[in-house]
Design a protein around this ligand. Structure first.
Ligand code: BDR
Ligand code: CA
Length: 314
């Protein structure tokens, strides 16, 4: 099984990604860190406890992570994920399990040092914790097997702003530090995730899938998400953002990729948080590691996700 650290702003699609990973039977979820973004870092940690307990993963250590971006005021995507981050499904009572007494960034560093070269970090929220971990351990890149990140918009419009995707826009400095330092990143941007659409057909498959603990919890989050997507994006259904990154973390063969360095725009007035990719074939002026950027699905990520997360009995 693939050993994974999850770093998430535990919203609706983060929860879907966790459901997929847990039900795949192909991963060992070693630890989880929360981060601000869809909701507060504290609420995201609470959601992590609730979702993991439902998935039978109550023993996985969960650490609270960065409560705010490195260099801007915090803001939450409540209009997308609801005030609780999970579409109104947060339990009124305290979820089981406690948080560990160190931060998500410290947790990443500890685990990477304990198991050098073994762990994959899947980051589906703002990159605050990853940047803080890098500050604690500059050699983090060589201690992790790979880092899979959902974020960015390369050749398509942003979703939070015209040129900026939400995870990057919620902490542009952190994202830029991560792209500057880590050698083994796979980036799953909107360019890829917008091609992975849940449509009416999959909604029907999900609705008729058998009742199970984690499945029912995540299914309960979907009306809120469908409503947002219908109102704001004018579509029936929704794109798979974080679940697509989870699918690629397990099997990179689902995506065609390009390799190029990424710089995050930090000072633009209309472009802060934009992911600038240097696609020139030679003599890139950017002296940064190349990032593997997923551009196009080679197999159906949507079918893989629906089948594993909701349908197959395991
Ligand atoms: C990303 O932003 C968050 O709202 C989602 O959970 C996803 O990680 C999509 O831009
Ligand atoms: Ca997310």
């Amino acid at each position: 099984a693939l050993p994974l650290i999850l770093d998430m702003d535990f919203g609706i699609d983060d929860s879907m990604a966790a459901l997929y990973l847990a039900r795949s039977g192909r991963t060992e979820i070693v630890a989880v860190g929360s981060v601000h973004g869809n909701t507060s870092s504290a609420q995201a940690a609470r959601n992590a406890r609730q979702v993991l307990a439902e998935l039978g993963l109550g023993a996985v250590p969960i650490a609270r992570g960065g409560a705010e971006p490195l260099n801007q005021p915090v803001s939450y995507a409540s209009e997308v994920h609801g005030d609780d981050g999970i579409g109104g499904m947060a339990s009124a009572s305290e979820p089981p399990g406690a948080l560990v007494d160190y931060s998500a960034a410290e947790q990443i560093v500890r685990l990477a040092r304990d198991r050098p070269g073994e762990l994959t970090l899947l980051a589906t929220g703002p990159l605050t914790n990853v940047a803080l971990a890098l500050a604690l351990e500059p050699a983090l890149g060589s201690l992790l097997r790979s880092v899979v990140i959902m974020g960015g918009a390369i050749g398509v419009p942003g979703n939070m702003e015209a040129h900026a995707e939400a995870n990057i826009r919620h902490d542009p400095e952190a994202a830029d530090q991560v792209f500057a330092a880590l050698e083994n990143i796979t980036l799953v941007p909107l360019d890829f995730t917008m091609q992975c659409r849940i449509t009416q057909r999959e909604i029907e498959r999900i609705s008729s899938a058998p009742h199970r603990a984690g499945v029912d919890l995540v299914r309960g989050m979907l009306p809120r998400y469908l409503e947002f997507n219908r109102r704001d994006l004018g579509v029936v259904g929704f794109p798979l953002h974080d679940p697509a990154a989870a699918v690629l973390a397990i099997d990179g063969g689902f995506a065609e990729c390009l390799e190029a360095p990424v710089v995050v725009e930090l000072t633009g007035t209309a472009t802060r948080g934009m992911t600038c990719v240097d696609r020139r074939p030679v003599a890139s002026a950017v002296s940064r590691p190349t990032v593997r950027i997923a551009t196009r699905p080679l197999r159906s990520v949507v079918d893989e996700f629906v089948r594993i997360a909701f349908e197959e009995d395991r």
